[in-house]
Ligand binder design. Structure first.
Ligand SMILES: *Cc1c(COP(=O)(O)O)cnc(C)c1O
Length: 382
């Protein structure tokens, strides 16, 4: 059984993808070929953002956004303590301060009380609070209405790190239309992945879109040799855009399949395990389906039981970022990340992809349930 099965997906679209690749190879328009613009139009339409600016990765998409907002020394950007390193990385790279915020243990996303506290603490430290960089962890959107209220009161911008959630919805709105700027990733293992690195920024703000396009190509102005700002080389390869056009065509069907797997897991497991919740009016794209176990030991036992039954699992993430050597210096004295710490000890993600068949789902479910029974018996006799 695969944790994420990219082979079955490839078999499904093999001929179309190969034709697309062949067309790019024959056109030799490897950089900014027509497929890039076609993909940008399709992504904008899919997400109901006005503009999609493709990029070389999700990380570069985030970096481009931080550059567009002019983040630099003295600026504070609020990031969850429980996320992938790319989230704080882009802030630190520009000399800004990523300020960690504890997460809500039910939603895995930014905790509002901790966010308010972090904003106050960083003002006392003499930093300028600028951006709330919300992560839609495991594919479920953060609570943008709640964050909006804080952003308005505090005079902050909201940026969405939607690397895991492209295709999800929040109160009837698509990811891409939930914040002024949204970064998505097409890393192969994400719900919509290409065959290498890729990403995009989604926005409906024309001025920002223009700035982002300039940043993406060495700060270009009117033409290639008019340079108006310090930029990057952060373009998506035409080949990846061509591949993504075919993947995007089957993406709605794949989302539905993911949601069916998640629903089945939840139906069978919710009475015994702490299963992930989906907020009312929201949908997840299930980048991960993540259980919370009672302790580190229980998780280790379940993981090894599943492993011996041929079921791969993963821990996202084993150590919160504020405790990592690279990011310790950004923690403000007195800050705690109790929920992130607990989650690091207790989360376990199950196999999740659109092609996980009922037999495989049953293997996961049956082994997890029999583990739970064994634990109950053991506790009873202990
Ligand atoms: C994957 C991921 C990124 C980075 O995306 P890449 O395309 O790998 O650069 C950023 N943030 C989060 C939350 C991610 O999961």
């Amino acid at each position: 059984m695969e944790f994420i099965d990219l082979k079955t997906q490839y078999k499904r679209i093999e001929e179309k993808v190969q034709l697309r690749i062949k067309q790019v190879l024959e056109s030799t328009q490897f950089i900014m070929g027509p497929e890039v613009e076609a993909l940008e139009v399709a992504l904008a339409e899919f997400s109901s953002a006005k503009y999609a600016i493709t990029a070389s990765s999700g990380t570069d998409a985030l970096l481009m956004i931080m550059m567009a907002y002019g983040i630099g020394p003295g600026d504070a950007v609020f990031v969850p303590a429980f996320t992938f390193p790319a989230t704080p990385e882009v802030v630190a790279l520009l000399g800004g301060s990523p300020i960690f915020v504890d997460v809500n243990p039910r939603t895995f996303n930014l905790d509002v009380a901790s966010l308010k506290q972090a904003i106050a603490s960083c003002r006392l430290e003499g930093l300028n609070p600028k951006i709330i960089l919300a992560v839609d962890l495991y594919g479920h959107p953060a609570d943008y209405d709640e964050l909006d209220e804080i952003a308005k009161t505090e005079g902050l911008e909201i940026v969405a790190d939607a690397a895991q959630s492209f295709g999800a919805t929040y109160k009837g709105k698509r990811v891409g239309a939930l914040a002024t700027c949204t970064a998505v990733s097409f890393f192969p293992a994400k719900p919509l992945g290409c065959y290498g690195d890729g990403g995009a920024v989604l926005t409906s703000n024309e001025a920002l879109a223009d700035k982002l396009k300039s940043i993406r190509a060495h700060g270009k102005g009117q033409d290639k040799y008019d340079t108006v700002r310090v930029g990057l080389n952060a373009r998506m390869d035409t080949l990846q855009a061509a591949i993504l056009l075919e993947k995007l065509a089957i993406f709605p069907d794949e989302i539905a399949r993911r949601q069916a797997v998640a629903e089945r897991y939840t139906n069978k497991l919710h009475s015994v395990f702490s299963v992930p919740e989906v907020a009312t009016n929201c949908s997840s794209v299930w980048a991960q389906y993540t259980l919370k176990l009672a302790s580190r030991d229980v998780r280790a036992r379940l993981q090894s039981k599943l492993k011996s039954a041929g079921v791969p699992t993963a821990v996202y993430y084993p150590k919160p970022l504020p405790y990592q050597n690279a990011y310790k210096e950004y923690v403000i004295a007195g800050q705690h990340f109790t929920n992130a710490e607990k989650l690091s000890d207790t989360v376990l993600s199950l196999p999740m992809h659109p092609y996980l068949n009922v037999g495989e789902q049953n293997t996961v479910i049956d082994n997890a349930l029999s583990f739970a029974n064994e634990e109950v018996l053991e506790n009873a006799t202990a």
